[in-house]
Ligand binder design. Structure first.
Ligand SMILES: [Zn+2]
Length: 818
């Protein structure tokens, strides 16, 4: 292994003489890398790698990852030379854990190494070979990256978003993990987890109701699907609201929104009067200070160049790994009985409920309703109640006229860079009244049609058995009663499925409600969104349906068109109670208030033994890449994230923290980024924690199994082998919010352990060597940053150029005030 890393470093050291390097190297002054240049870089690099093995190795080869002595200073890029010494101590325990192979199979056979490379290796591994000492600049760079990682840890810890923080994670087998070793999805990659004692069970084992199906369960059709009739299957437990226990009131703790717009929990009445909250939540000022710090780091020139090169290196390393190990992986997978791509558990980690069915399904449903129940009274318009037949009469349509073409909900031709047009695609036949009748939970028929449609999609999912979904439902924050209505819709229609969990999305529509007068200021939105949740946590009996629904809710998402300009109107941001202009607050402000209120709520819920939530916003789909910075600090994982390609340092931080990214290349293809330009395959190669998701099957997909369609297109276009599809499927389950008991059944007993130790190939079909490679690569990166720090001061120079965006200016203003 030692030789490998040295081997990797040889092109870099040789490349100081590269003719291309001054053209290709990123400049310290500009905010982000130009996309075209980056794509060209990738292409050149891939070609070079492909040709390199056979080509004459004595000829100087230019590889864009190489350090550029002229423009950046020769001392800045020595870390790759120092890789090997760092790797040595970590290797032995890893090999012991996994048993089978003593080390990674990435070793190239000696015949593959050219004479030049061998001689260079000799020079490097010679005991007298000297490495340049760590320069101040490099030391500073490592410290600042490390500080960013620590900042994220702080926010995640405070908001209780780590594995085991949620009482839902606890069952008879898993009793939590030691505080020091755990991260959001799994055990941290660089800790000695074996030496840490397993904590005492803090919570009662979480009871999943209705019970998940037993291991060898086969789908049996239900009785009368449409009317939600009794199940005929004796094994299947039918949901019964009466059987749900609702805990009583918390007599001691109380809550109140403070003057800064964050709900606080108080242990006693006296403490409430003194305003001494029970949990310490970062203030908005602290958040903007931290945000400012991270923004400074990721726009610092040397850091950008460093991260850019590390990512290039990671991708090249991946290419080499897969060239060498492809056949071994295939052999490992063939040796596994039964398991293949089709019977791997996959979770659609990002999909909106109101567009979860495909067009054909919706069309069939509308037609059947027109035929069977034309006299249903469905909508109240212009002072009169209309029946379904009357609605279609007013549209001049019959059931026979309807087709996919008239429905016109597909978005792949005319919606590119037109989020406004895309939003209109939610309206069948362009008619908002049809959307209201068929696709809304809160309408004249109390969402009955959508509930029936949802049940049908659930049955499709259960039938496929291996596809699972996390459906997003909207809470707008317009009025306080939204939660109870939504909860009643779910509970009374019995919308529970083994294959489905719920997420709550909060559309950032402050400006719309402000303009039509439903709210006065931003605090109204916070009160409407979080007030009922705190009430239901203090006294679940005040909102019994909501309590039951929340047990099946994973977390919060926030959605809207990210490409909307965020104009800067305040020098510093006002608190929500005084935010009463017509303009919506910027993304980072929304995210802070979701985060802070959720953090408060989570701590209290956890104390009460209720499940907690995570923050998984839409982020980095379009607009300002700074959105990604606020998500880096506050969020469990994100959806989209395609703009990480423009911010290499942040992408590197996302890699180091293995933050989940639910990507939807087909959706991006229709809206913001052509399929072939999507960074998804690069992210995957570099080792970012990515999964595939559908976003809106109604608008983007053609088949009954949209998630498989998404995998299928990716496999074709990006040429993913079966092993990579399996790894993606495994990632999707890890990122998802399904309960520990379910995940263990899907992925294996110790799925949360890092690398191959957490793998069970019989369940995941991912070869152990793949995960060992991923783990060792990640350790290497973490070690470079940690091991090379000598000093303790971690402050970044204030001279670091920060791009001028609304968020940055605000962050600066908040930071300098008070
Ligand atoms: Zn989405």
């Amino acid at each position: 292994m030692q030789r490998i890393s040295e081997n990797n470093s040889t092109p870099q050291s040789r490349d100081d003489t590269s003719v291309h390097s001054d053209v290709l190297s990123p400049q310290a002054g500009d905010g982000y890398f130009p996309l075209n240049e980056e794509v060209t870089l990738r292409n050149i690099e891939e070609k070079l790698w492909a040709h390199r093995r056979q080509s004459d190795t004595t000829r100087p080869v230019s590889i864009p990852t190489a350090p550029d002595a002229k423009s950046e200073g020769s001392s800045s890029y020595t870390p790759s030379l120092k890789l090997s010494p760092l790797l040595v101590p970590k290797r032995a325990p890893l090999a012991e854990v996994d048993g089978k192979r003593p080390s990674l199979d990435l070793h190239l056979p000696p015949s593959h190494i050219g004479p030049d490379e061998e001689s260079e290796i000799k020079v490097e591994s010679h005991p007298l070979a000297t490495y340049p000492t760590l320069t101040k600049e490099l030391e500073h760079l490592y410290q600042s990256l490390q500080k960013c990682l620590n900042l994220r840890d702080k926010y995640i810890r405070i908001s209780r978003q780590r594995l085991g923080d949620d009482p839902r994670d606890h069952d008879a087998v898993f009793t939590g993990l030691d505080e020091d070793i755990v991260d959001t999805e799994a055990v941290k990659p660089d800790v000695d987890y074996a030496s840490k004692p397993v904590p005492q069970a803090k919570f009662k084992p979480w009871k999943i109701y209705p019970r998940p199906p037993p291991p060898h369960w086969h789908f049996k059709p239900h009785g009368d699907v449409v009317h939600g009739g009794k199940s005929t299957d004796d094994d299947e437990e039918e949901f019964d609201f009466e059987l749900c226990t609702t805990p009583g009131i918390d007599e001691t703790c109380d809550f109140e929104i403070d003057e800064k717009g964050v709900y606080q929990v108080y242990a006693t009445k006296a403490e409430k009067l003194e305003r001494k909250p029970l949990y310490e939540i970062p203030t908005i000022r602290e958040y903007f200070l931290d945000l400012d710090y991270v923004l400074g780091v990721i726009s610092d020139g040397p850091t950008k160049s460093f991260a850019f090169r590390r990512i290039k290196y990671l991708i090249s390393k991946w290419n080499m790994y897969s060239l060498v190990n492809e056949y071994q992986e295939l052999a490992d997978m063939k040796a596994v009985p039964h398991r293949d791509f089709y019977n791997l558990r996959k979770v659609d980690t990002h999909v909106h409920h109101s567009s979860s069915m495909n067009q054909k399904h919706l069309l069939r449903f509308i037609k059947s309703k027109m035929k069977r129940s034309p006299n249903d009274e469905v909508i109240f318009r212009d002072g009169a109640v209309l029946t379904l037949a009357q609605v279609f009469e007013s549209l001049n349509l019959t059931a026979y006229d309807l087709s996919i073409d008239t429905l016109d909900m597909h978005a792949h031709l005319d919606s590119f860079h037109r989020f406004d047009k895309f939003n209109l695609k939610y309206n069948p036949i362009g008619e908002s009244r049809l959307r209201e009748i068929f696709l809304k939970t809160d309408n004249f028929i109390q969402g009955r049609y959508l509930a029936e449609l949802t049940k049908e999609v659930m049955i499709d999912l259960e039938q496929s058995k291996y596809q699972n979904c996390e459906w997003r439902l909207s809470i707008y924050g317009r009025i306080p009663g939204e939660w109870d209505k939504l909860a009643k819709w779910i509970v009374h229609n019995k919308l529970f499925s083994h294959n489905v969990r719920w997420m709550i999305q909060i559309p950032r529509l402050y400006d719309v409600y402000k303009q039509n007068g439903t709210i006065n200021n931003f605090e109204d939105i916070i009160r409407n969104v979080f007030g009922p949740l705190f009430e239901a946590t203090k006294d679940p009996r005040s909102h019994p349906e909501l309590h039951v629904m929340l047990q099946r809710v994973i977390g919060f998402d926030t959605v809207d068109d990210e490409s909307k300009p965020e104009r800067r109107i305040y020098r510093k941001f006002p608190y929500p109670k005084v935010w009463d202009t017509n303009q919506s607050p910027p993304y980072s402000y929304w995210v802070y208030y979701l985060y802070a209120n959720m953090a408060s709520l989570n701590n209290w819920r956890r104390e009460r033994g209720f499940n907690t939530f995570v923050l998984r916003p839409h982020c980095g789909e379009a607009g300002d890449p700074d959105h990604l910075t606020s998500a880096f600090l506050t969020s469990h994982s994100i959806s989209h994230g395609i703009l990480l390609r423009k911010v290499p340092a942040l992408q590197y931080l996302f890699y180091l923290k293995q933050i989940g990214i639910a990507m939807s290349p087909l959706s991006n293809n229709s809206l913001f980024l052509a399929y072939e330009r999507n960074p998804f395959p690069e992210f995957f190669k570099a080792g970012l924690n990515v999964s595939l998701s559908t976003d809106d099957p109604l608008q983007f997909h053609f088949t009954k199994e949209p998630l498989l369609e998404e995998y299928s297109v990716a496999a074709h276009i990006y040429k993913f082998p079966q092993s990579s599809l399996a790894e993606l499927a495994r990632n999707s389950v890890k990122q998802s919010g399904f309960e520990m008991e379910v995940k263990r059944h899907w992925l294996g007993r110790n799925w949360y352990l890092p690398g191959a130790a957490g793998n069970d190939i019989n369940k995941t079909n991912v070869p152990d060597i793949r995960l060992r490679f991923r783990h060792e690569t990640l350790l290497e990166e973490l070690n470079i940053i940690r091991a090379n720090q000598t000093g303790t001061s971690g402050t970044l120079s204030s001279e670091a150029p920060i791009p001028v965006t609304s968020e940055n200016v605000a962050a600066r203003a908040m930071a300098s005030s008070q």
